[in-house]
Design a protein around this ligand. Sequence first.
Ligand code: NAI
Length: 286
Amino acid sequence: RGKRAFIAGVADDNGYGWAIAKSLAAAGAEILVGTWVPALNIFESSLRRGKFDESRILPDGSLMEITKVYPLDAVYDSPEDVPEDVKTNKRYAGSSNWTVQEVVESVKKDFGTIDILVHSLANGPEVSKLLSETSRKGYLAAISASSYSYISLLKHFLPIMNPGGSSISLTYIASERIIPGYGGGMSSAKAALESDTRVLAFEAGRKNRIRVNTISAGPLRSRAAKAIGFIDMMIDYSLVNAPLQKELTAEEVGNAATFLSSPLASAITGAVIYVDNGLNAMGVGV
Ligand code: NAI
């Protein structure tokens, strides 16, 4: 049978999560997605109304099928963690079972197991602030949504991942080089995510024969990136300075994710794989 993938962090057709879903679908995988609760209604109604149909077209002309969309808020591990004001919030009250533990229970009930886990989400409420001006609350929120969310997803999914499976996340070079503008502790969150990739690769490899990698992606004009505010500048900078002078497409990151999730990558784990037109290899701008 084909492999089954759960992709956390898909709420429109512009981001890396969507492109990864498409590439995995083109390779024959069954697609389940986790969509942030406040974005769920508009995503599902857009899907239903055919707003994404053009973006759903796969290389063979068929449309990507998303077998099921699960509401998810990856900053909450179980119902006890959800504060009252979130529970009663209009955008949350209409959905249920969206904490990490409950989503995994639902997937288990619906499908039994998965083979591929993709984490394509991040959030840093103070991303536009300098790191040196970030509050404790903002810093911890960035780490919670962007780093621990991955540990939590992997921790809960591991028991229902088939041996030989693979898990990937998305990171950004601001973890290891200075990228002014990527503030609020988001650079720290990506550094944690990359370090955790190595440790989790060891633990998940030894225990469950699961591979764990992260893709350090170049700049893409996604919804999240537009919110940060400097994405056009980053894309222009890459066009001028990277070894490959072309715009990076989400599809290229999707294809790398599919490779990493496939048996072709069976000895790759604990790695940070750059999919950025080579920009990471430059020492100075030109
Ligand atoms: P995106 O906006 O398509 O994806 C981010 C998703 O995270 C959104 O769907 C949002 O609803 C979801 N999300 C936020 N908080 C959540 C929560 N608490 N629970 C569940 N979902 C939540 O944007 P993009 O850029 O494709 O982001 C995907 C990943 O790629 C992120 O990890 C990002 O840091 C990474 N990345 C993006 C780059 C870019 O230039 N766009 C460059 C390098 C890495």
